[in-house]
Design a protein around this ligand. Structure first.
Ligand SMILES: [Zn+2]
Length: 135
């Protein structure tokens, strides 16, 4: 039964939600239980900005099981407007259009459909920012 798992993951999958350490003020995505920076367990959830820029990226040509049909696809390290770094799939762009520093924004996209129980999985992906500047 994986519905409880699915529901528990919804905040960070459907909104860009990370955690901020109350001790050292560092922010992380995906959320952690222990702060990787100072070891504190005093973390609070935090809504992250949905825009940022590409710091680096790679093209996945040999994807994990069940994602074969989606390859090749780009995965990028993205720095959000508040400096938090996230690793996320890019969408809505050709792989040769991607560049370091490209402004991107979060969007909700279908990840995969489960053949047996018909569950459709969604997750946040990033796409090129329509407006070409970050304010
Ligand atoms: Zn900390």
């Amino acid at each position: 039964m994986r519905l409880p798992n699915l529901w528990r993951e919804i905040p960070q999958r459907y909104r860009l939600e990370g955690v901020t350490c109350k001790n050292c003020n560092s922010s992380f995505f995906p959320p952690r239980i222990v702060c990787p920076n100072c070891g504190s367990k005093e973390l609070s959830s935090q809504r992250l900005p949905d825009r940022g820029k590409v710091l680096s990226y790679t093209i996945i040509r040999k994807p994990p099981n069940n994602f074969e049909g989606y390859a090749p696809y780009p995965v990028a390290l993205i720095e959000l407007l508040d400096g938090v770094k996230v690793t996320c799939q890019l969408t809505d762009c050709d792989t040769d259009e991607i560049f370091i520093g490209m402004p991107v924004e979060a969007t909700l996209r279908k990840v995969k459909e489960d053949g047996e129980d018909g569950v459709v999985y969604y997750a946040i992906k990033f796409r090129p920012l329509i407006r070409k500047t970050i304010e």
